[in-house]
Design a protein around this ligand. Sequence first.
Ligand code: SAM
Ligand code: SF4
Length: 441
Amino acid sequence: MKYHIWTVGCQMNVADTRKLAAGLDRAGCIATDAPEDADLVVLNTCSVREHAEDRAIGQLGRLKKLRGRGREFRIAVMGCMVGPRDEDLRRRFPYVDVFARPQDFAPVMELAGIDDSGGEFWPTTFGEPNAPTAYVPVIHGCDKFCTYCIVPYRRGREKSRTIDEISREVEHYCARGVREVTLLGQTVEAYGRGLEPGGLEAGRWRADDRGRPPDLADLMRAIHDVPGLERIRFLTSYPKDMTARIVDTVAELPKVCDSFNIPVQAGDDAVLTRMRRGYTLAEYLEKFEMVKARIADAAMVTDIIVGFCGETDAEFRHTYELLERLRFDKVHVAAYSPRPGTIAHRTLADDVPPEVKQERLQAIEQLEARISFEINQRLLDSEQDVLVEHRREGRWSGRNRAGKLVHFEGDAETGAMVRVRIGRATAWSLQGTALPAPVPA
Ligand code: SAM
Ligand code: SF4
């Protein structure tokens, strides 16, 4: 059986796709890049914003046409578009064979004619890496219920994987050429929650090791010395869950990159309250300062939503001023997109006109382009260690420790760590030339 998986959305979805592909491969199926050649097409969907859903719906339209032309194949829709109740989806897309919630691979496997009910299949199924970097989910779901966000309804409650299972996965990847892993969680510092004391079975931590559940710092230490591993990243930080212990561990462990993605979402307390983010601006700033006090040159990234329900000009200005003040290395900005089923959709009016949302989005993008440009100019003539990810259009590309994209010329190979002298810097990337590798003593 040939299968094709189409993926949109966050790194968690990319990781879910890889896991499903690994399961299908293990059962003897063969991947194909072309949906028209496949016997099974899986759409791994996102519903964080309406636009992402629209893309999946467009894709479904194309598959329906393909079926209309006589091609016979099965269709599975997986991921965040699928909630606990799928009657509505079944009605809208009657030609879809199966709807599967995020991480619920069983219905897709069944559709492919594979029995994975034994329980042993998934914990020992890891993907074949096709790059020197890999995403490793460490905690699934989210308990925070920010009012705008669909994730807790679709990905369920926080549930951590055991350190043993994660370590096995990291060892598996590194034995196959991976040099960098990114530990993933919607709120990655919540790692450890949802584990129970006990033996070694799935979902349990070992009571004989520590008198408390493990946290992200324990996890980083546990995988730090895996042979071949050179860098550890982690995403996404939830300001309230961040502890001094975790930041100290990042500072101490040489392989953990000093790069923090801490979404603030808004720079105004009234907006943060309406979003039910669970912190005030002052509390956010405390966490930001805690990181900077321990790791002065940490790269800082944040997420912003503009045009959230009731956002006034003054409230938006506070967000803008915050970004001017904190000077993040990178800002992910999105216009608020109401999601049916969320608290905001039920209780707050989406009253910022689309053109105002667009203006605010552009204002943040322009500010961010200026700040990133200024920050990157300071890296001119510096030397950066770049983990090489690929070669395209005659140049190599990879990322430095801070996570910045670097394009360069010279001698390299995929998976190598190359020292690059930076000759040019824009808001979005650095460009330079590889320095000769040091001769071993
Ligand atoms: N857990 C992380 C956090 O606490 O922010 C991020 C996960 S969320 C799935 C990724 C980003 O999508 C958020 O940071 C937010 O900026 C954006 N997002 C979530 N819901 C949104 C919505 N309804 N409209 C626009 N952007 C949204
Ligand atoms: Fe969504 Fe908030 Fe959870 Fe992030 S913390 S996934 S924004 S509910």
